[in-house]
Ligand binder design. Structure first.
Ligand code: COA
Length: 178
């Protein structure tokens, strides 16, 4: 991943500003524990009630810890003081995982992370970024629309689990033309 230099998050496109003390920077190994906790909690908020039980069973605490380590090189974190307040991962032209900490929602950190991830995708030579959001995750869908992303319609996402995949009813969103 081409990593942006550390920037002061501006909350571009957000309705609320994350504040000048939030910095977006590439993740380092010491961030992994915080990323895993934020991911586990946020994944539950985003998915419980919207996905098959087989996927919930597969998303153990250990699975988030393992994946947080595996994806470190493709992760940006939002940091307030010394504390990780959210993260985003990028996979080619996909903004893959976007999770502000529960304690840091509603202040524009999600928007700052989304903008930074989109910049990584575009800098990588892609015309658009895309992402998948669970159809039942109405708050996230509203959030992406507020950021100007375009709902490209429903599709069945195959969420990877050990030994296979679980189908998840999702919508695909495309980043806007800038
Ligand atoms: C969707 C999400 C990424 C948006 O990030 P954010 O930085 O909170 O974005 P915003 O500041 O624009 O606020 C988004 C929503 O949180 C609400 N909010 C405000 N303060 C809040 C708080 N303290 N705690 C929780 N939500 C709050 C806002 O009112 C808004 O909700 P609305 O759309 O119903 O009006 C974030 O809410 C989140 O992490 N959700 C759970 C994980 C998730 O869905 N990730 C995306 C997977 S595709």
């Amino acid at each position: 991943m081409q990593t942006p230099r550390s920037v002061e998050a501006a909350g571009q496109g957000a309705t609320r500003k994350p504040g000048a003390l939030v910095q977006i920077r590439p993740a380092v190994p010491a961030d992994a524990v915080g990323i895993a906790r934020i991911w586990q909690e946020g994944w539950a908020d985003a998915h419980l009630g919207h996905v098959a039980d087989a996927l919930v069973v597969a998303r153990t605490p250990a699975s988030f810890a393992e994946r947080a380590h595996e994806l470190l090189a493709d992760t940006l974190v939002a940091v307030r003081g010394d504390v990780v307040a959210g993260f985003v991962t990028i996979d080619g032209d996909q903004v893959d995982q976007l999770y502000p900490d529960r304690a840091a929602r509603g202040v524009g950190i999600g928007a700052a992370l989304l903008t930074a991830a989109e910049q990584v995708v575009i800098t990588g030579g892609h015309r658009h970024a895309w992402l998948a959001v669970a159809t039942g995750n109405a708050r996230a869908r509203r959030f992406y629309e507020r950021q100007g992303w375009i709902d490209d319609g429903p599709f069945m996402h195959q969420a990877p689990v050990p030994g296979g995949a679980v189908a998840v009813d999702c919508h695909r969103f495309l980043s806007p033309q800038r």
